[in-house]
Ligand binder design. Structure first.
Ligand code: G4P
Length: 292
């Protein structure tokens, strides 16, 4: 499994530019929203996030919570709380959880808000920016709130020309440009998790190997929604524990009648289907990693 695929897109110059762009936006905002994938909150976190956002207060948004396991998401929320970070489960596609952001930000910034009130600026909106690795849902988030708030707030004096702000409900605004962070390069499991969830593009990886590894991991983790989905139980003497990931992929191809000329199993087609269906949550709501 090539775990360094992202390095093709992210080289040191690129990373320095990212750092600089985020640094330029930081003075414009009161807090940062770190968008993570709720199925892989560890793997989808930028390895240098703390040094990038410096001491800006931050909130974690666990996105795609619609396809993550709710109990695991609760465990992650507790984990972040122990680290002093408020984490909110969201589904940016449907807009679930977005209304929780401003109350959480007000709590996070309560001291600052008190100062604003003392200065007669109690109505000043909280300004936020969103950061996250590719495909975690940053554009979906921005589009969602942009749609809900067609009237963009105007550019302000002192703010770089071109910056637009979208209203995030009562008392909050979000910078229109998200910070695109690089993912972890040197952690093999993180690389796999990013590939399973679709953060790494399929065109450049071994789809069959990936689907087989995913099936093996799901089986080992007791996440056997795929057995029901593909009706593998109907196979004679089927016991998932006897099977390796690739055997499972072959069985799925057979069960779905996926054949190529000559009657050979079309495991590539099966692999594409398994990955698509996993990502869409059709094999169950599955979280791939738990807090330590
Ligand atoms: P990015 O800007 O951070 O790079 O990510 P982007 O918003 O483009 O989202 C990447 C993919 O994640 C998109 O799927 C998007 O629909 C999906 N997504 C974003 N938020 C959520 C969510 O809360 N739940 C679920 N289930 N999916 C989410 P895609 O397959 O690339 O596009 P599409 O087929 O959905 O249009």
């Amino acid at each position: 499994m090539p775990e360094n695929l992202y390095q093709i897109q992210w080289f040191p110059g690129h990373m320095a530019k990212t750092r600089r762009l985020i640094k330029e936006s930081l003075p414009l905002v009161d807090a940062v929203m770190q968008l993570l994938d709720a199925r892989i909150p560890r793997s989808s976190q930028n390895p240098e996030i703390q040094s990038i956002i410096e001491n800006k207060p931050n909130i974690v948004l666990l996105n795609k919570s619609d396809v993550a396991d709710p109990q695991s998401t609760r465990a992650w929320i507790e984990h972040f709380a122990k680290c002093g970070i408020k984490a909110i489960p969201v589904d940016c596609k449907k807009g679930v959880g977005i209304d929780k952001i401003i109350p959480a930000a007000r709590e996070l910034l309560s001291d600052k808000i008190k100062l604003w009130q003392q200065k007669g600026m109690g109505n000043r909106p909280i300004r936020l920016m969103v950061v996250g690795i590719p495909n975690v849902g940053k554009s979906t988030f921005i589009n969602r709130i942009a749609r809900a708030n067609k009237a963009k707030t105007a550019d302000r004096p002192g703010v770089t020309r071109g910056n637009q702000w979208f209203s995030l409900g009562k008392g909050g605004e979000v910078l229109d440009t998200p910070g695109v962070l690089w993912p972890k390069f040197d952690d093999e499991q993180a690389g796999k998790n990013l590939a399973y969830t679709g953060a790494i593009k399929d065109a450049i990886i071994d789809i069959e190997g990936l689907a087989a590894q995913l099936l093996g991991e799901l089986k080992d983790g007791g996440k056997t929604g795929f057995v029901e989905r593909y009706k593998l139980n109907a196979l004679k003497n089927f016991n998932p524990d006897d099977k390796q990931g690739y055997d499972l992929l072959e069985l799925i191809a057979r069960k779905r009648g996926m054949l190529i000329s000559g009657g050979e199993l079309d495991t590539e087609r099966a692999a594409v289907m398994v990955l698509d269906e996993f990502r869409a949550g059709l094999l169950g709501r599955i979280t791939l990693e738990m807090p330590d």
